[in-house]
Design a binder for this molecule. Sequence first.
Ligand code: ATP
Length: 370
Amino acid sequence: FAPWDDPDQQPLIRFQNVTKRFGEFVAIDDLTLDIFEREFFALLGPSGCGKTTMMRMLAGFESISEGRIELSGKDIGHVPPNKRAVNMMFQSYALFPHLSVWDNIAFGLRRDRKSKEEIDSRVTEMLKLTRLEKFARRKPHQISGGQRQRVALARSLAKAPKLLLLDEPLGALDKKLRQDTQFELMDIQESTGTTFVIVTHDQEEAMTVASRVAVMDEGRVIQVATPANIYEYPNSVYVADFIGDVNIIDAKARPMGENTYALDWIDGQPPLRAESKTGFSEGQQAHLAIRPEKIRITKEKPEDAPNALEGKVLDIAYLGNLSTYHVQLPGGQVIKAQTANTRRIARRDITWEDPVWVSWSATAGVLLEH
Ligand code: ATP
């Protein structure tokens, strides 16, 4: 039973109708959102949608124009940053160049006048957690980028915050290291039990690490769900398009029976078939969103497929594990189909300009209103 499905569970963080204005400009627009203890929560959205502003309000670096933010049920609007059990790790890491790894991690604890024993034990624990024991005496310029990232993480966790905010924490790392570090980050989050809120531009990263993802646009949260639900059941064309690849076919819906629809999409073509739990009325405009990997591509017309369209291959991208086909449909729309290359040279039988059939089941797509 996930905490967000449990109505009795108290959230760690609650945004309640929060609005943030900079002069006339509305950066956060009446936003309501709960984040639960031990979650690894990702904020995802295009540049300028308000992700950093949300983090800065949580950390206390930015005031709230309207509404309230609660931490463990208490309004934190007027609690100064250093009195909140919240820490923020910046992309630049902001390590002190003249201090050793040890002293960087100990910095906040010393400032809080903790005892020597407590500092020693806590720093030792953090070095172990982040596998930095061997580097304790080095300065930041004497370690690698990935190790610096871990020092920043160790320092952010040293005071055992309830909530750690991570703004593009892996942004400075190259792709391979970034992917390895994502798993480290998940391990560390799990073993400390700290709630993490991460901002990232990288949707794959958000999908990898997060328990839930909030997809944002222009200061509003459009959808909050687990990575799998965001991908499989986007609530809008915006979310479907933002996360992963998607084909959108515009059509008019005609109810045919319980949860089943005929979709009229272009004149002269037989209607498409789709199932949907969301109700649509006769003639209502709908968008059918289908992921490329849900579409089959064959040379022969498939038998009994509820949706089968003849088209022509425009191009093929070979991606190693996958191949992507662009297929032009009657009426001109280009659809993307993706197949797994499980055999050595998969699909050698289909090439450019070939007439092909694309097909999908009635449950392969999601029917969306907007
Ligand atoms: P990015 O991914 O580029 O970091 P973001 O989603 O984090 O973007 P924010 O930094 O939260 O976006 O900014 C949201 C909006 O608020 C932007 O349009 C930005 O220009 C505006 N904004 C942020 N801070 C200020 C400020 N201090 N004064 C005026 N406008 C601001």
